[in-house]
Design a binder for this molecule. Sequence first.
Ligand SMILES: [Zn+2]
Length: 343
Amino acid sequence: MRAAVMYGAGDVRVEDRPDPKIHEPTDAVVRVLRAAICGSDLWPYAAMPATDQGRPMGHEFLGVIEEAGSQVPGLSAGDLVITPFTWCDNTCDFCRKGLQTSCRHGGRYGFTGVDGGQGEAVRVPQAQGTLVKLPVAADSALLPSLLTLSDVLCTGHHGAVKAGVSRGDTVTVIGDGAVGLFAVLAAHRLGAGQIILMGGHTDRTSLGRDFGATDIVAERGDKGVAVIKELTGGLGAHSVVEAVGTQESMMQAIRSTRPGGHVGYVGVAHGVELPGQELFYAEVHMLGGPAPVRRFLPELIGLIWNRQIDPGRVFDLELPLDQAAEGYQAMDERRAIKTLLRP
Ligand SMILES: [Zn+2]
């Protein structure tokens, strides 16, 4: 099969890889119909040290089951399924608490001998707990929207939930990538009264307006915080979603939150160090981390199926798998919000 492999910063190649096969009776092999490049894939694209072995890329995909192992009773060949960006048994104590990203038997695509999602096929461990059947045909126009369920749609939703968004609240979202845009969408759905999107790319923030943002703030850092304070009666927002993961964006989030408010941090943190004393006196709740996508799937699949939300709009570049390198470059240069790949 063909699959995308990263060999170092800026070096993504699509090459031949061994066809995935069932290793464990709990595995399934999925033939990929659609895959996506994630903003988090841009971190290694910017900084991964060169390697001879390469790393299979991608954790956002949907496809058709080609073969299911003997201990995957709920699924069979031909089923159209979506995967969360990590796999899980969905039965252990952590999974039962809705923390499927901490599953005792879980793991990540592209590591420990498991394929990445940006390829023609993937061996999915713990398939019974991980994969969820989609209520559409393989040629459905909803596939791009359903693909966002793998990560970004659920991660934005997670950010809004962790930020404690409730009816009438003022919400600030930091970051105008796909996750930030979907945090706006979630905040809107949860009834936020005012939604301030912080981002500097007008193609993105205008989509953010369509998703429910009431104000756009292009300023960053302390200047950005000052504008948020101005827009919120000098207090800061009730709920702030941090969807970037840098020191600047995390501090911007904490400083944009009013005392007693909530920060939901869902940008993968890189080099973030929190100042203890400032945090102590800020009196904000901080919750976040990787989204337990598996928990959110049933509800959010329903919203897409009912046409209540149209998250597929974030894909503004669609390429054949063989041009994955161009897909990375376009996102890295902010020419594209999000790239959809077709194997
Ligand atoms: Zn588990």
